[in-house]
Design a protein around this ligand. Structure first.
Ligand code: NDP
Ligand code: 8X3
Length: 268
């Protein structure tokens, strides 16, 4: 009996130790929502962020019903003051973030660079680059103090090479790659790990947003191929976060099977 109790204690301790606090930006849809569900299934505690407060509430209820501890924070990653206020005022038990999933992002438009929309450009740059930097700047100092943490940036195959009419979006994802590489160098003297995930075609709300609500045009993006899902990308994120401590998954390119690159897609 004593041996059995000792065995239980050891395993409970192991479980508590494996349980991480994971903050996900853009958790209301697509890849971010996939990450919320997969990290929850992994037994982690979640801080879920996004702008859509109602969706955050629904997701919180869904995951709490399955026993996951969830805190929601509604803010726009472009609003640096609000993001700072939210992170600085985290309740004590939520302050020690182990994993930051910098996922919030978007593409707007698909036009030649010489015809692009100035406002679309600003929104992509402010969200995909400056928003990601804001979250990194707010959360990584705590990780450095604790000498523990993992930053998972959601980049894209679009950051490896430009595709026609992708110009500014591709540039923002190229920046995510450079910022991930830069951060990895800057924390190389610590236990902190940095991963850049580079998905290919993932069927989410991404194309609806890109085409400003033109759902027909959005559906065509995924026609004739079997696209990736948010869950597929989340599986890789959870794997990277749970790799042995001495293993740093620096970068992962995840393509759909009938996809050769950001611009080569074979449709049936
Ligand atoms: P979705 O449109 O389904 O999800 C985007 C998420 O980002 C939403 O939760 C949205 O939440 C959030 N978001 C957007 N802007 C802001 C903002 N200003 N502040 C806070 N949250 C914001 O698209 P995906 O899941 O596909 O996209 C997630 C990430 O994956 C993006 O960075 C995208 O570039 C990247 N990616 C997508 C690929 C794809 O093919 N789908 C492939 C490669 C990378 P809310 O509206 O509540 O704010
Ligand atoms: C999203 C993938 O190829 O549609 O980053 O730009 S792609």
């Amino acid at each position: 009996m004593q041996q059995f109790l000792y065995f239980c204690k050891q395993n409970i301790e192991l479980f508590i130790c494996m349980n991480k606090t994971v903050l996900i930006t853009g958790a209301t849809s697509g890849i971010g929502l996939g990450c919320a569900r997969k990290f929850a299934a992994n037994g982690d505690r979640l801080i879920l962020t996004g702008r859509n407060e109602q969706r955050l509430e629904e997701i919180r209820k869904e995951l709490e019903a399955k026993g996951t501890k969830v805190l929601t924070l509604a803010f726009d990653v472009r609003d640096r003051a609000k993001a700072t206020e939210c992170i600085e005022n985290l309740p004590k038990e939520w302050k020690d973030i182990d994993v930051l999933v910098n996922n919030a992002g978007l593409a707007l438009g698909l036009e030649p660079e010489y015809q692009g929309d100035f406002e679309d450009w600003e929104t992509m740059i402010d969200t995909n680059i400056k928003g990601l930097l804001t979250m990194t700047r707010l959360i990584v100092p705590g990780m450095m103090e604790r000498n523990r943490g993992h930053i998972i940036n959601v980049g894209s195959v679009a950051g490896d090479a430009a595709y026609a009419n992708g110009n500014v979006y591709c540039a923002t994802k190229s920046a995510v790659k450079t910022l991930s590489d830069g951060l990895r160098l800057d924390v190389a003297d610590s236990n902190i790990r940095v991963t850049n995930l580079k998905p290919g075609l993932v069927e989410t709300n991404f194309s609806n947003v890109r085409f400003h609500g033109d759902t027909e045009r959005a559906a065509k993006v995924y026609k004739g191929i079997d696209p990736l899902t948010g869950d597929d990308i989340a599986d890789v994120a959870v794997y990277a976060a749970n790799a042995p401590e001495h293993v740093q998954i620096a970068e992962v390119l995840i393509l759909a099977t009938y996809q050769g690159s950001g611009s080569v897609i074979v449709r049936k």
